[in-house]
Design a protein around this ligand. Sequence first.
Ligand code: XMP
Length: 591
Amino acid sequence: MGALVHHPRYHQELNPQPQILVLDAGGQYCHLIARKVRDLGVYAEVRPSETPAAELSSARGIIISGGPSSVYDSASPTVDPAIFARGQAVLGICYGQQLMAHLLGGNVQKGEKGEFGLATLDLAATTDALFAGLGGRQQVWMSHRDLVVGLPEGFSAVGRTETCPVAAITAPLRRLYGVQFHPEVVHTTHGKELLRNFVYGVSRCERDWDARHRAPAIEQEIRECAAGRNVFFFVSGGVDSAVAFTLSTRALGEGRVRGVYVDTGLMREGETDFVRRMAGISIECAQQQFLNALAGVTDPEQKRHIIGEEFVRFQQRVIESRVLRDEHWILGQGTIYPDTIESGGSAKAAVIKTHHNRVAGIQKLIEAGRILEPLKSFYKDEVREVGRELGLPSELLDRHPFPGPGLAIRCLCSNFDAPLRRTPEGWVIPVHSVGVQGDSRSYAPVLGIEGLDHEHATELINRLSDVNRVIGLVAGHVPLAEMQVRASSLEPARLARLRAADAAVRRLSHEAGFDRRVWQFPVVLIPVGTAKSPDSVVLRPIDSADGMTAQSVPMEPALLDRITRELLTHQGVAALFYDLTHKPPATIEWE
Ligand code: XMP
């Protein structure tokens, strides 16, 4: 069997002269703006915000990004005010709008309350090229506290939300525009049209970029971020880290990138062998380190924090043991956009689940400029497209997502023994799982019912407030009335039980072609059963576009029957359940 990941020889392709320059004012979404412009067919690059106007003169349009600062702080990023007086088109986004207003004589203030997440914009019907065809009420995505309260001369306000009276400003004769919301994120319904208007209508750019050819632009960004340093890259065997790793070796050359796969003891069956076939990656065994750190832990957030921090500790140890000088190395990760947005402006979303690549130790490295995340502005489907562009095999690219914390967050634990509770609707099972309801986290028990009726499950979950997930009993050695929850933790025997069940389900669903009809298919172990068979298995096949929302997918009876017959022969397994809940209100993973 050949190597799964090939490394085409390092080459730098010539990019066109950028027609749009994005000035980086420290915003989370700065690179996303440049990417969205390139996706529209016009080459764009990012520059430091303070770049002198003369060095920006070749661009047809300038976009000033958002940023975390307040224009009145002495150290906050600024731009050369001359950019507003050269007749070049300028669009300020979020902090960029505030900075434009402030530098041109307007007024910016701290708002009474922040505006984070979705908002409704009222946009006047104007003839301005930037807003052509976009007037009316529409959904936008906001992330700010400061706001513009006084307009500079010659500007008019054309858009407002309930919290922000100046959400869009224009001075068309001067070709200057600002928006408080973020047109670059997908949650702003007409964001793409607005950027298209700016690029083609206002800045009069010409199409010079094929959005399918993204790799050279990402490689350029990797070189800029690495700035001469080497990269220690964690790969997991999954799509994101494999694509990010391949891009990094292409950008920097193989000698400067070290790919490491850590066998945490929390991986699926056969995973380490799969990674062994990928070129240029060394395999490190740290099973004992991870399992010791997790011993006795039952809380999902605690599991996630421990695993993330163990990865950081592991990296430090490898760097020190190989006598590599710390400052010459940065850490590479396959983080993708949904991870970034959850831990970015939208503070609420971050508390739903702490992704293993966003724990405190990693945040510190990010602040120190020592993290490389080349795919952080991409969605899963786009990562797969980039992977195809790189020539990576579909055997790798079409794999289902698998979370960094691995089987640990699919092996549920309990601090206590407890009976199931009979209710008119079914049985309340006192095993807690994570949900997302009204943008915040829930952590609630599960309802077990007889039968696999998705519509009935949806009706129940909307009506009941004390559970956030509904599972249907497929089959069991005993009825629900005879089962109970048992005290349990991440013991090796339970992890082995889950690993075997997961491997069997994967094999059977692959043979039936079912794996190609779902986006992801977690298999979960819950401590529900009898003294002899203490655990049950839950099937969680879902369909999704990007993991942010998901639907539970039914399975054909013949396949379900094969899976049932096989799993009920596994030692320690009392019953098989089917998760009938969509996201929201449940999340895809149980923890
Ligand atoms: P949830 O469970 O929040 O998951 O609906 C959404 C998607 O994210 C994956 N996921 C993770 N991926 N590190 C990852 O790399 C993590 O810590 C993590 N947690 C969840 C999950 O598998 C699903 O695809």
